[in-house]
Design a protein around this ligand. Sequence first.
Ligand code: UDX
Length: 422
Amino acid sequence: MKISIIGAGYVGLVTGVCFADMGHEIICVDVDQEKVDKINKGIAPIHEENLSEMLKRNKERLTATTDYSVALSQSDITFLCVGTPSRSDGSIDLSYIEEATRFIGQLIKKWHLVVVKSTVVPGTTRDIITPLLEKVSGKKEGKDFSVAMNPEFLREGKAIHDFQYPDRIVIGTRDKKSNDLLKKIYKGINSPIFTVNPTVAEMIKYTSNALLSTKISFANEIGNVCKKVGIDVYDVMEAVGMDHRISPHFLQAGAGFGGSCFPKDVAALISFGSNKGLKMFLLDAVMNVNDTQPLKMIELLEKHVPHIKDKKIAVLGLAFKPDTDDIRESRSIPLIQELLDKGAEVSAFDPIASGNMKKVFPHINYPSSVAETLQDAMGCLILTEWEEFSHIDFSPMQKPVVIDGRHIITSQNDIIYEGLCW
Ligand code: UDX
């Protein structure tokens, strides 16, 4: 099929390259000319596993442009994959969605299917996107075009795998024609297809991310209790997770969740519920636990180094999780800010994410190795479970106080070791 994809970020590009790999003809649209040029050269503009190989392999079937009209005229189906960032109050910012929707509305000629894949609060497809398309195009939904919602559940670093081997595909449609078309597009992926209406599909996305975030904050709260009684929360969760009603996934306690999805989506759901007059007690608590969790590492540090002012403190791990250079909402950000507020001299290291963190904290040190980062340090805080951090030589430290926020340190010999929740 001929498919256009609006927004070539990690959702749009991964979706496009996977559809191309299934034999569909893909044209990606993005405002960023540099990104478009890279894609057309078969160069991955983002750090994602297997993306370069897939782009090269599908160069004949996937192109990119900044020109909407080229894309809309050469496709029958358009996936909307633009960003939905947060406003300062946590509510969702739909301005990119509205902008893209207007462009599409102006260019629809023959029958067209518009599929929303961006994460949007419940009701957005029905109450905002569809009426805007009708208004701009002067056409009728259901007759001249259709709008569907098809959320993604991709994890950064594993996005291509998650696209090709999903637990389920959720299709939110309002008519049989677009439902059949979407099923045809996904033909070849072995997964249950869950058919609902667009608003339910939108809510499935938020609920999934909100529950995964809740599991993590729950594990962290339980972990904080375990710490007080001198036991390892991982021993507890191993047995708890064996209950099939609970499952062992996303019960790894530590410094908390970051990334471009969980914090943003939980905040958007809280704001959405509040605007509907609801008090979002549980999700408020999920965010409170997540906000305070990294700061508990500094409390543990100060148990062994009471005055950290003017002391060199090492921070290992800046990415919000391993195997990505993404630092969005990384738990290392509030931690570094707190260290700086307390007057510490911060040295930070990450295998690939330091460049991105320099944009947030340009004035701290970023040595090029773990050893240099630890040199003469009075404390070390570990925020990302990069494999290489599992066996570190802490001997360069002046005082080997090590606070492990990710249960990654294996040998505790010759160091003063504190696990955050163990
Ligand atoms: C997440 C969802 O997994 C994905 O389905 C959705 O589409 C987008 O958001 P991602 O943001 O890439 O994906 O990260 P994920 O691997 O889910 O981890 C999120 C955060 O939770 C990371 O900071 C990770 O360190 C943390 N985490 C995860 C925990 O602290 N404990 C866990 O048990 C699991």
